[in-house]
Design a protein around this ligand. Structure first.
Ligand SMILES: *Cc1c(COP(=O)(O)O)cnc(C)c1O
Length: 349
């Protein structure tokens, strides 16, 4: 009765080891829904990978990870005084905060303790971080006072696909100018780009923060499946679903596990947007012309339409007559966005 992520364990683990071997200084990123696997599983898996540091997104995620991974934990979201969820004292010395504003640094310097921090340089993403000048000021301020321990600088680049080298070089110049050429925490650089930078800057230790490419990089090892829960033959025009909508034609309503609670959402009708394409769709009597939306569920080799918007934990699909109807208890593949899907169970074989 569930949405299940099946993982080919040997293949997945081989991929993880391969990424770790090709990415020196790897810092696995474990945040949000744990890339579909859950935070706790990825925390334990990072220990198995023998990395010394992992990254979480927010302070609220520290606890789940800290009790399952022994090393250091970088918090990616910038430190803010109003983030009231305190990190437990027993974990505090393993946590490294990201700081991207002078006001935050000043508050940390005045607070009790000596938190570990990295100073973030703003990138073309314009999310968080210091300007070149702000970074120099922050580094100087931190050096002049005992209140924090600076563990390097950080740059979070856009999804570059190999096009981030020039920007990384410019930002590294700023980082070096700020006297922060120790550890530099980077994201979204290819292995080749990091290799080039490491040659140019032998004094810098690059820490490569990677989530998607690590956990989800070998999609062939991952298979999300839904159970068939029920099926009902319908005639054209028969009322179906919560809203008493009419069945578009004769066929079968197939009830499968997986709904809005899992992150299953509506997709647009097929992308055929040109007038000509739409006219021919209507002429063919396509289901998208009848206002139905494509679902991420595949039955008998084809993505099927929702009979109505997904329910909380199940979805009603429409199968036209003639399509082989899978039996209750059989499973069907579901195409998901892993970072936005909460499965009921992860089965690693
Ligand atoms: C989420 C995040 C990452 C990981 O991104 P992926 O694309 O999943 O590898 C790296 N760095 C920062 C700062 C992030 O917020």
């Amino acid at each position: 009765m569930s949405l299940v992520l099946h993982v080919d364990g040997d293949r997945w683990r081989a991929h993880l080891r391969e990424v770790a071997a090709s990415r020196p200084g790897l810092v696995p990123v474990i945040k949000g829904n744990g890339y579909g696997f859950g935070l706790r599983r990825l925390a334990r898996r990072s220990g198995w990978l023998e990395v010394d540091t992992v990254a979480v997104g927010t302070p609220t995620e520290v606890d789940d990870v800290a009790s399952r991974f022994d090393g250091d934990i970088l918090v990616l979201t910038g430190w803010r005084a109003f983030e009231t969820r305190a990190i437990k004292a027993k974990h505090a010395d393993r946590v490294i905060h990201t700081v991207g504003r002078l006001e935050d640094l000043e508050q940390l310097l005045d607070a009790p303790g000596t938190p570990r921090i990295v100073l973030e340089r703003m990138t073309s993403m314009k999310r968080h971080g210091f300007t070149a000048r702000g970074l120099r000021e922050a580094a100087e301020l931190a050096r002049s006072r005992p209140g924090v321990r600076v563990e390097g600088a950080s740059i979070h680049l856009p999804l570059g696909d190999g096009g981030n080298l020039a920007e990384a070089e410019r930002l590294l110049t700023d980082i070096v100018a700020a006297g922060l050429a120790g550890a530099v925490w980077v994201s979204h650089l290819t292995a080749a780009e990091v290799g080039t930078l490491a040659e140019q800057y032998p004094e810098i230790s690059f820490r490569q923060r990677i989530g998607t490419e690590l956990w989800l990089g070998d999609r062939g090892a991952l298979d999300v499946r839904a159970h068939v829960l029920d099926s009902h033959p319908v005639d054209r025009g028969e009322p179906i679903g919560y809203r008493g909508r009419s069945a578009p034609r004769r066929g079968t309503i197939l009830v499968v596990s997986g709904g809005t609670a899992h992150g299953i959402g509506l997709e647009a009708p097929t992308g055929e947007s040109s007038v000509r394409a739409r006219v021919s769709t209507v002429a063919r009597g396509g289901l998208d012309a009848l206002g139905l939306a494509k679902s991420p569920f595949t039955v008998a080799g084809k993505a099927r339409y929702f009979a109505e918007p997904p329910h909380m934990q199940a979805s009603l699909l429409f199968l036209p007559s003639g399509v082989a109807v899978p039996g209750v208890g059989e499973t069907v593949p579901v195409r998901v966005r892993f970072t936005a899907t909460d499965v009921d169970e992860v089965v690693i074989t």
